[in-house]
Design a protein around this ligand. Structure first.
Ligand code: NAD
Length: 494
């Protein structure tokens, strides 16, 4: 086990500190069930120290008052310190959360680091104020008043950032960089299942010499999360995770009226029209299910397939799944890793039983792979003939389980896609791209692709959900504005 993944100290106020009770927890590699490192288990007193530091850094420190150029320079150094750690970011991510090495490199290096760079640049280039159109107002006495107004953007204050297990390093970057670029100070709490990559972030922040208290790291579980969402010193909570916890966080943050940004779960629809390139559709479906073993928020887990091509689609999809190689994602040739922990696999198993009990037709997978004795693996699983109102089509399973649902018309496809409490991702496959575009406009979701594409994974494209998929947007200029207050300054122009 690499000794540098043994962490016993939190990063608070620019220094490494032991937790109040010096508790640590072992982090398990989900593919081997072996320990890969350890992280401190923070508690309420640790959160209190971190919030005091973040509050001080915001209220009295230089960070919110720096010029955009100076903040950009420091964030650029922070980004460069992460680039220097790229190989370790990949290794830690594979070990703590289970994607294959190419997937880890794609998400955590090739996708996350440009996000860091983008916000480092935006710290300097995004307008801090914008002039509004002038107006002429009638003044008492019959005169006219020429009025001018400016819209100015201020940092919100102290931000709690709480992240999930499935793409941990990427999620941490996507919250920390825009929050800091906007001039806030941050306390970051990663998932207790995947805390290790967050230490690389804190180490890089220390190397970049961000002012003390600007970024703080407190690892731990619900006690840390609860303190970070109830303490009056926090101004904004940015959370990515399940809708169940998202609802709790909204309630926890309510009595102190914090702002909340919630990036939650999904049950996204892939619409395969009768004129779709089926080979391409199947290729992207296999890529989708295997990438994080189904543990991806925007993954299309409902495949709505035109009934005239459904049999062919299901046959091709289930055949292609046989070519996936499940195993330890650190090994070459492996194309699909494990689920994060035993309880997640049991949850998936419960949903598979619910699918069978509900009359859906199991056409692939459905169980643990017989040849893998260790690791929390689960076979890629496909149900055909699924009722869109059934539990497996409505609830987020967060495992490699796909529901195939037939349709006969575009209108029916759109209405099935929208018959969901969620609205996060989605896709349409069709040779008629104009028709697909019109359908895309009607699907109630935060992002949707036509014949593939990058989804929401560029720094410039705002990402977020409708309905139970969340509140607010990350990435793009919208992702910066989430972390800002808008102030209007009026003046008499004449
Ligand atoms: P989770 O909701 O169980 O936990 C997320 C985080 O919340 C963890 O750090 C956890 O410790 C913390 N937490 C739990 N209870 C808390 C409480 N009461 N107060 C404060 N913090 C608390 O999610 P997970 O299982 O780690 O991740 C999977 C979920 O994340 C899925 O639903 C997935 O769709 C979602 N997700 C969404 C996006 C998105 O961008 N929309 C991206 C990735 C994952």
């Amino acid at each position: 086990m690499p000794s540098n993944w043994q962490h016993s100290e939190l990063f608070i106020d620019g220094a490494w500190r032991r937790t109040a009770r010096e508790r640590t927890e072992t982090v398990i590699n989900p593919a081997t069930e072996e320990p890969v490192g350890s992280a401190p288990v923070g508690e309420e007193p640790d959160v209190s120290l971190a919030l005091a530091a973040a509050r001080r850094a915001f209220d009295e420190g230089p960070w919110p008052r720096l010029s955009g150029a100076d903040r950009s320079l420091l964030l650029g150094r922070f980004h460069d310190a992460l680039v220097a750690r790229a190989e370790e970011i990949v290794a830690v991510s594979v070990a703590e959360s289970g994607p294959t090495r190419p997937v880890a490199r794609f998400m955590h290096v090739n996708t996350a680091l440009p996000v860091a760079r983008y916000y480092a640049d935006l710290a300097a280039s995004a307008p801090r104020s914008e002039s509004l159109p002038h107006s002429v107002l009638p003044a008492p006495g019959g005169a006219s008043l020429l009025a001018g107004q400016v819209k100015a953007y201020d940092a919100v204050g102290v931000v709690s950032a709480i992240t999930p297990f499935n793409v941990p390093f990427f999620m941490n970057v996507v919250k920390v960089f825009p929050a800091l670029a906007a001039g806030n100070t941050v306390v970051l709490k990663p998932s207790p299942f995947t805390p290790l990559s967050a230490f690389l972030l804190a180490e890089a922040a220390a190397e970049a010499e961000l002012p003390p208290g600007v970024l703080n790291l407190v690892t731990g579980g619900n006690e840390v999360g609860t303190a970070l969402t109830t303490d009056p010193r926090v101004d904004l909570v940015t959370f990515t995770g399940s809708d169940a916890v998202g609802a709790k966080i909204m309630a926890q943050a309510a009595s102190t009226l914090k702002r909340v940004t919630l990036e939650l779960g999904g049950k996204s629809a892939l619409i395969v029209r009768e004129d779709a390139d089926l080979a391409a559709a199947i290729g992207s479906a296999v890529g989708g299910i295997s990438t994080f073993s189904g543990q991806a928020c925007a993954l299309a887990t409902r495949h709505l397939v035109h009934n005239s091509v459904r049999e062919q689609y299901v046959a091709g999809f289930t055949e292609a799944l046989k070519r996936l190689t499940l195993g330890d994602p650190a090994e070459d040739g492996v194309t699909m890793g494990p689920l994060i922990h035993a309880a997640q696999r049991e949850r998936v198993e419960r949903y598979v039983r619910a699918g069978l009990d509900g009359g859906a037709e199991l056409v692939a997978g459905g169980g643990r792979p017989a040849h893998l004795e260790r690791g929390f693996f689960f076979e890629p699983t496909v149900f055909d003939n699924v009722d869109n109102r059934s539990v497996i089509a409505q609830e987020e399973i967060f495992g490699p389980v796909i529901c195939v649902i037939g349709f006969d018309s575009d209108d029916e496809a759109v209405s099935l896609a929208n018959d969901s409490a969620y609205g996060l991702g989605g896709g349409i496959l069709s040779r008629d791209t104009g028709r697909a575009f019109e359908m895309a406009r009607r699907v109630r979701t935060g992002q949707i692709s036509i014949n593939g594409g990058v989804g929401g994974l560029t720094p410039v494209a705002p990402f977020g959900g409708y309905g139970r998929s969340g509140i607010g947007r990350e990435l793009g200029i919208e992702g910066l504005r989430e972390y800002q207050e808008t102030k209007v300054i009026s003046f008499k122009a004449g």
